[in-house]
Design a binder for this molecule. Structure first.
Ligand SMILES: C[S@@+](CC[C@H](N)C(=O)[O-])C[C@H]1O[C@@H](n2cnc3c(N)ncnc32)[C@H](O)[C@@H]1O
Length: 300
């Protein structure tokens, strides 16, 4: 802390200076009387002035030291407050996540004029970043009357349907293994006035040549798919639960059609995506990748 008093000298220095001034004054007066000359008084006054200057300089030097200490203290405090946001720290990553989610949410609401409260993103549902990418693909990159197929219904179903309504064309087929969840998705679509745009199919999982997948009987009429969003079955059914998506539905994908695999932050989905790419029919489109999804296009 800076001392607002000036000069900032200790009481000992002040007492010593005053004593010296007094002593010099007394000695000067006595000598002046004894010698009958002004000389001792003039010399005493000069020495007094030097003593006073020394005291003030000492005070000024104390002030400078205190100021330097304060600046150093302030700098250390500023460093400390910045440390938690240093690149790579958990707070820094959280801040980036929040900024990305906020920006994607604003994009979604700017792109689609949704009136009712939308189901929450993130967690089980696709993230705002992925939803914004899907909506962008649907509005800007797919041709007339696009066919969108989704594995796993939820928040994404409502956003994709809202994009279809905005585009005024196309349809969405949503495969859902859980009957109750399928019913909930249908109710949400009804609430948003979107039910006519989406075919939510209850598609129980059954064993097939590619492993456990949505029942063959629920896949009827799936052809010329422009966008396949693979966000189901849920990960708790196994690391490779989504592997059959491309082997089963890839042939129904239009040339240039998009495949989006969600949850590629998990090792299972990372391996599945790499396997699909290795098949040679897909090429990755990294420009569309999001915080949790990777995108590929069918060659041809
Ligand atoms: C990853 S979720 C699909 C999420 C969906 N695409 C979305 O964006 O909301 C995969 C499956 O988990 C189930 N599911 C979705 N949300 C759930 C929740 N909040 N609690 C329990 N199960 C959920 C549904 O059966 C869904 O098909």
């Amino acid at each position: 802390m800076l001392n607002p008093k000036w000069p900032s000298v200790s009481r000992r220095v002040v007492v010593a200076a005053l004593a010296a001034l007094l002593l010099l004054g007394v000695v000067g007066v006595v000598l002046a009387v004894v010698t009958g000359s002004w000389g001792p008084l003039i010399i005493g006054a000069v020495v007094d002035a030097v003593i006073l200057l020394a005291v003030f300089e000492r005070g000024a030097s104390n002030e400078r030291r205190a100021l330097a200490a304060s600046i150093a203290e302030f700098g250390a405090a500023a460093d400390e407050s910045e440390t938690p946001y240093a690149p790579g720290t958990s707070l820094d990553l959280l801040r980036r996540d929040l900024q990305r989610d906020l920006s994607a949410t604003l994009s979604l609401h700017a792109a689609l004029d949704v009136e009712r409260r939308m189901p929450a993103p993130g967690g089980w549902a696709a993230t705002p970043d992925t939803l914004a990418m899907l909506v962008g693909l649907l509005l800007d990159r797919l041709g007339d009357a696009p066919v969108v197929v989704e594995c796993g219904s939820g928040t994404s179903t409502v956003w994709l349907a809202s994009a279809l309504r905005a585009a005024g064309r196309g349809r969405l087929i949503s495969l859902e293994h859980d009957a109750e969840w399928a019913a909930l998705s249908r109710t949400r679509l009804l609430d948003h006035g979107l039910a006519d745009l989406v075919d939510v199919r209850h598609a129980p999982l059954e064993a097939g040549p590619e492993g456990l997948w949505y029942a063959e009987s629920s896949l009827g009429g799936l052809e010329r798919i422009d966008l396949l969003f693979v966000d189901g079955p849920p990960g708790f059914l196994g690391e490779h639960a989504r592997r059959p998506a491309y082997p089963v539905l890839g042939a129904a994908l239009s040339p240039g059609g998009f495949v989006v695999l969600d949850d590629v932050d998990r090792p299972g989905e990372t391996a599945i995506f790499a396997e699909w790419l290795a098949g040679g029919e897909l090429v990755e489109a990294p420009e569309y990748a999001t915080d949790r999804a990777r995108v590929a296009r069918r060659i041809g």
